[in-house]
Write a protein that binds this ligand. Structure first.
Ligand SMILES: C[S@@+](CC[C@H](N)C(=O)[O-])C[C@H]1O[C@@H](n2cnc3c(N)ncnc32)[C@H](O)[C@@H]1O
Length: 391
């Protein structure tokens, strides 16, 4: 970790600062909130009761989060949402169809109702809930839910994960191909599962990114770390006048070639590693969609510099990925992606300020944070390669 990064994370060694007035106020608050007497008082007093209930609920949700996730996982594994999409069904029929004892299945069904995945319907039947209905036709969500089994096994002992920087995790093996010493030697099978998962979850992201930025002000877009081309396929459908390039590791680029074949000579697919190879030139917009957060600062600096070199003066770079601390993104950036990426073995969710600083350090100017519909899933920042001034 560089000195800058250590400082950004408050890990640099410095003499402990004396407690400030604010520190003392927090200490007082913490003592109050921790006192059982105060907790009993605030739960019973009519003015503080709603706050106390909210606090208790939030704390309980933190303890129970894994159980909620597993209820969702069971619904997905049993294909419950699709089964209930056509028509609501009784618990008895579902129990027969699924071969699960009725009393045990009702635990799942009632749990899923409480989580708004399912809802109760007349005649003792169950139908889709608000959240179940939102995910039923989105295979990307199901794929994401299912691959979380790996993440949860990696997180079974979170302190071990924190301590053991070089420990092997299931997730790091799942996408371990990206760190392969010889990218050219990767086989199709090495990259298939991860690339397919990324492509299936791209639909949430692409529409949002394409709405957040005026792609029609460009001529040629190059998606670096573009996977099997799902983002470019969406961009090509929305902007028929644009041409495209995709750059990814050779075995992944082969998948993009197949997926994007219908675009003919509107797209050129390049295999290579942005760690070892220069990026192809010719695009006036480079996109990095869910790529930067996978890498530690040293690789990101190298990647941004390579993108800068590949762009013409006035060309733009667009970073789109979930960002830590983004308004509207809740705890997802820092908590979820923080731990997910740690289990993957490299990278971190960065704040828009951290990304901006990295862009500026690579030579980019006019960094601008864009508004996205779902900051929870992706934020976006665009920056420009300076136009050369004459004289
Ligand atoms: C998280 S995936 C994102 C894929 C795609 N942009 C998306 O949003 O679906 C990161 C991508 O970066 C690619 N990648 C990782 N290291 C790379 C490298 N050194 N050179 C080129 N591509 C790389 C991976 O193969 C993968 O396709």
């Amino acid at each position: 970790m560089t000195t800058d990064t250590r400082r950004a994370h408050g890990l640099h060694k410095a003499a402990p600062a004396p407690l400030s007035f604010t520190d003392r106020l927090y200490a007082l608050r913490d003592r109050l909130l921790g006192s059982q007497q105060f907790q009993r008082f605030s739960a019973s007093f009519f003015l503080t009761r709603p706050i106390a209930r909210r606090q208790a609920g939030a704390l309980f949700d933190l303890c129970a989060g894994f159980v909620y996730s597993q209820i969702l996982a069971a619904c997905v594994d049993l294909d419950l949402f699709r089964r209930l999409r056509a028509e609501p069904q009784t618990g008895d029929k579902l129990a027969r169809d699924l071969g699960i004892p009725g009393e045990r299945l009702s635990r799942l069904l009632d749990g899923a109702v409480s989580l708004r995945l399912l809802s109760r319907r007349r005649g003792n039947r169950y139908g889709l809930g608000m959240l179940g209905a939102a995910l039923v036709d989105n295979p990307g969500i199901a794929a994401m839910v299912q691959h979380h089994g790996m993440l949860y096994r990696d997180l079974a002992n979170p302190v071990t994960l924190l301590r053991d920087r070089h420990g092997q995790t299931e997730l790091s093996r799942f996408w371990g191909y990206a760190g392969a010493a010889d990218a050219a030697a990767l086989a199709a099978d090495d990259v298939a599962a991860y690339s397919a998962l990324m492509a299936s979850s791209q639909s949430f992201i692409a529409a949002d990114v394409l709405d957040a930025y005026r792609f029609d002000t460009h001529r040629c877009v190059m998606d670096v770390g573009g996977g099997e081309g799902a983002f470019i396929a969406a961009a090509a459908a929305k902007h028929p006048q644009l041409t495209f390039k995709v750059f990814d590791l050779p075995a992944v680029a082969d998948r993009a070639r197949t997926r994007l074949a219908a675009l003919g000579d509107r797209v050129a697919v390049h295999g290579g590693s942005f760690v070892d190879d220069p990026l192809p030139r010719g695009a006036d917009l480079i996109t990095l969609v869910r790529v930067v957060h996978d890498h530690d600062d040293a690789v990101v600096r190298q990647l941004l510099r390579a993108a800068y070199d590949a762009l013409p003066p006035g060309g733009k770079l667009l970073i789109a990925e979930p960002m830590a601390g983004a308004p509207g993104a809740g705890q997802v950036g820092a908590a979820y992606f923080g731990f997910y990426l740690m289990a993957m073995g490299s990278g971190r969710a960065r704040t828009s300020a951290e990304l901006t600083a990295l862009l500026v350090a690579a030579g980019f100017t006019k960094p601008r944070v864009l508004t996205t519909h779902q900051p929870l899933l992706t934020g976006a920042i665009v920056a420009e390669k300076q136009v050369l001034s004459l004289g």
